[in-house]
Design a protein around this ligand. Structure first.
Ligand SMILES: CC(C)(COP(=O)(O)OP(=O)(O)OC[C@H]1O[C@@H](n2cnc3c(N)ncnc32)[C@H](O)[C@@H]1OP(=O)(O)O)[C@@H](O)C(=O)NCCC(=O)NCCS
Length: 314
């Protein structure tokens, strides 16, 4: 078994591996990974995707890639198939990660590395991260079944209006995101939350690019203060399968918290998806974000998986 530069390979070498990975994402996360897989294959053919491939007798059976975003490196994915007579998959994953981490930490100008491994159970591949100075943040993948009627919605807030998301909400939403995550554990995991321009980049990635599902404007909402007409909270939803929504963002300005605005936003998304016959709504939340976890539990979200986010600052 050898670990080689991903740029030596083409989509022909990786297609069946990515099909295999797509079926794993479908089984574990009810997530249709095929759009992301096609995008990865296009980047592989263009020879612009940095990363490593695990190769055995000429066959690629594992890979990991990363992207550079300014002075930050983001580990995009890690997948190893565990077919017959192949070396132990976990060991191969750790070898791939070791190469990726070493490359990123030694890249000139890279001062931060982030990774979130949604399809890996917490701790299973943490060793190469912890040995090289990363912080680990366990996160929950939670799912709400939409089919059955929702909890009785008694919450009425006369001072708050919930309305559908529209394009003009971009800039004010970025300001709400930045203010909502000041001093927050998720700002340790994702440094885009630190600045307005970073939050705009985050929004742009969610709304315009199909990396994390396809943005679903219909199931995305903002909360307005009726008096000032300003945005005080928002929920963004993407479609990760034809009948599964995923909350990519939900936040409320600190001074408006504890009034059930978060609950109203989640109820608006749920009601919209229910009307459109969606089966489920998923989200990810950092385990240490106790208030958010408690809110999701109260709204009947179940924890399906626990995975890790890793962060290194050099
Ligand atoms: C998570 C978040 C969206 C919840 O919004 P919210 O409008 O405060 O939510 P709700 O009021 O519906 O529910 C929050 C719970 O906190 C309680 N609470 C009471 N006082 C509170 C206060 N000062 N601040 C926050 N919550 C308070 C609420 O009563 C409710 O408790 P309960 O579930 O036991 O009834 C909001 O805290 C937030 O924006 N956090 C920062 C961003 C974030 O963590 N987003 C989620 C990422 S996965």
């Amino acid at each position: 078994m050898e670990i080689l530069d991903l740029r030596h390979f083409s989509s022909v070498d990786l297609r069946s591996l990515l099909e295999d990975e797509t079926s794993v994402w479908s089984r574990l996360l009810s997530w249709d990974y095929s759009g992301s897989a096609e995008m990865i294959l296009r980047y592989v053919d263009a020879k612009i995707l940095p990363g490593y491939a695990a190769v055995d007798r000429g066959r690629v059976f594992g890979y990991s890639f990363f992207v550079y975003e300014g002075s930050k490196g983001v580990i995009g994915d890690l997948y190893v198939t565990n077919g017959n007579r192949l070396p132990d998959a976990r060991q191969v994953e750790i070898r791939l990660l070791t190469h990726v981490i070493e490359t990123l930490q030694q890249s000139p100008g890279i001062h931060r590395v982030e990774a979130q491994l949604l399809a890996h159970d917490a701790n299973v591949v943490s060793r190469p991260f912890l040995e090289t100075g990363f912080q680990r943040h366990p996160r929950l993948f939670m799912v709400l079944t939409i089919g059955k009627p929702g909890p009785q919605q008694n919450t009425i807030l006369p001072e708050v209006e919930i309305r559908g998301w529209n394009e003009a909400d971009y800039q004010p939403s970025a300001a709400v995101i930045t203010a909502s995550y000041r001093g927050h554990v998720d700002a340790l995991i994702n440094d885009q939350y630190h600045t307005l321009s970073g939050s705009l980049r985050f929004l742009n990635n969610i709304v315009r690019f199909p990396g994390c599902g396809v943005f679903d404007a219909e199931a995305s909402f903002v909360a307005l203060d009726r008096k000032s007409k300003s945005i005080i909270g928002l929920i963004l939803c993407s479609r990760v399968r034809s009948d599964v929504g995923h909350v990519t963002q939900v936040c409320v300005l600190p001074e408006y918290r504890g009034k059930r605005i978060g609950e109203l936003l989640l109820a608006a998304t749920r009601a919209n998806l229910r009307k459109r016959n969606f089966a489920a709504l998923s989200l990810t939340v950092t385990e240490a974000n106790h208030k958010a976890v408690a809110l999701y539990r109260r709204l009947s979200f179940d924890t399906k998986r626990i995975f890790d986010a890793f962060v290194w600052e050099g």
